[in-house]
Ligand binder design. Structure first.
Ligand code: DOR
Ligand code: ZN
Length: 427
């Protein structure tokens, strides 16, 4: 099976490529990249004309909640996979806060088997740090890594027991995998439902102060520095968090971090009518925090964009701002929201692909995020200038809990290709 993708703007930061090029795929593998003009198209089984479009390595999201097993009314591996490819993602890593939690090889095997059956997107499970995410005892970490997990995390909650986190980091260092941490000091955030700020004050809601996140990051960085393990900080949302991580990096601490599209796009001031589709943890922060997250993306302190795709049913979200669960969907809005940084001339297109594909692959040590000859042909083809209106009714995710419904953006996924096979096409 030979495929030609011709005339696209090839953007592959892993090879410093940013020009009009043709891509040849042979049996699911990138076989050639070139600028030849007179190509004998007859030798190809499929020719895709990408004129006027961007051709990039498939996007990689290292922070996704797939909800399966246990919460299939919110999302399944099948619906989550469809949402991923519709968003241009070819690889996603899924968090272990399922039911049961992914704290042992049996669950990892279940996810891997199911994801292979669906066959749309590469799914890389993340194993739990503590058994049942209960903060009392380590999960079967090494067994789970051997079964196929690429990292460990108790995301949704912090590992507040410092000694347990230390023990986990010792294992992580020894076996070269990252510890992905939801950093939060819950003694400051307990019962909080929104950022401690203008919105929470206006509606009399219990606040989540910036310091709850920052204390969590400071503690985790201290343990990473002590053990030399790779700490990856989830969903950074405050100005000081960015500064703390920047300073740790400058001292040589092995720390990386991510920001979500919602945290660099909207602030607490944008929350409409106490709509619980604006409720997530960490919460939407103040304007100056949003500016700082953007700055962190521009200056490289923030390594990757990750969605924290957190589907919840309409029923659950109906419970009101105070009682609804935290989380919003993200897979199908991430690319156009992030492209706004390019359209606003904050970062280059190449930088964006690096933030959404090259660097996330490196963090979880997967051989993706590149269109180098010999690698899997996982690609996304998109029109960066096409005007779109976000429409939650058109989304593939089982849940529609997004605050971005109806907004106008630029950027449309045209085709997503996994190992040479088109797994999503919008034309
Ligand atoms: O908003 C969130 N939703 N934050 C988390 O930490 C967990 C996630 C979820 O699982 O719903
Ligand atoms: Zn999460």
């Amino acid at each position: 099976m030979k495929i030609l993708i011709k005339n696209g703007l090839l953007v592959d930061p892993s090879q410093k490529i940013n020009k009009i090029m043709n891509v040849e795929i042979h049996n699911g593998i990138i076989s050639n990249l070139h600028t030849k003009k007179n190509i004998n198209e007859k030798i190809f089984d499929q020719v895709i004309d990408a004129k006027g479009l961007v051709v990039a390595p498939g996007l990689v999201d290292i922070h996704v909640h797939l909800r399966d097993p246990g919460f299939k009314h919110k999302e399944t591996i099948d619906t989550g996979s469809h949402a991923a490819v519709a968003g241009g993602f070819t690889s996603i890593a899924c968090m272990p806060n399922t039911s049961p939690a992914n704290d042992q090889p049996r669950i990892t095997k279940y996810i891997l088997d199911k994801s292979k059956k669906v066959g749309l997107v590469n799914i890389f499970p993340i194993g739990a740090i503590t058994k049942s995410l209960n903060n009392l005892k380590l999960a079967k970490i090494i067994e789970n890594i051997k079964a196929g997990c690429v990292a460990i995390s108790d995301d949704g909650f912090p590992v507040s027991n410092s000694r347990l986190l230390f023990d986990a980091m010792i294992l992580a260092k020894k076996n070269s995998f990252p510890v992905v941490s939801h950093c939060e000091d819950c003694s400051f955030s307990v019962d909080g439902v929104a950022n401690e700020g203008s919105f929470s004050r206006k509606y009399g809601l219990k606040g989540i102060p910036n310091i709850s996140e920052e204390l969590g990051i400071i503690k985790d960085i201290a343990i990473a520095e002590y053990t030399n393990a790779h700490l990856h900080v989830c969903h950074v949302s405050t100005e000081n968090s960015v500064e703390i991580i920047k300073e740790a990096k400058s001292r040589g601490v092995n720390v990386t971090c991510e920001a979500t599209p919602h945290h660099f796009t909207i602030s607490e001031n944008d929350i409409k009518d106490c709509d619980s589709n604006y409720k997530m943890n960490p919460p939407l922060r103040a304007k100056r925090d949003v500016v700082a997250i953007k700055r962190g993306l521009i200056d490289g302190t923030i390594d990757v964009i990750a969605t924290d795709h957190a589907p919840h049913s309409a029923e659950e979200k109906k419970a009101g701002f105070k009682n609804a669960p935290f989380g919003i969907t993200g897979l199908e809005t991430a690319l156009p929201l992030s492209l706004k940084l390019v359209h606003d001339k904050k970062i280059s297109l190449s930088n964006l692909i690096s933030l959404m594909s090259t660097k996330p692959s490196k963090i979880i040590n997967i051989n993706r995020g590149s269109l180098r000859k010999g690698l899997h042909a996982d690609l996304v083809i998109f029109d960066m200038n096409r005007k779109i209106i976000i429409d939650k009714k058109m989304m593939y995710s089982k849940s529609k809990n997004t605050p971005f419904d109806g907004i106008k953006l630029k950027g449309k996924v045209i085709r997503t290709i996994l190992k040479g096979k088109t797994v999503y096409s919008s034309i």
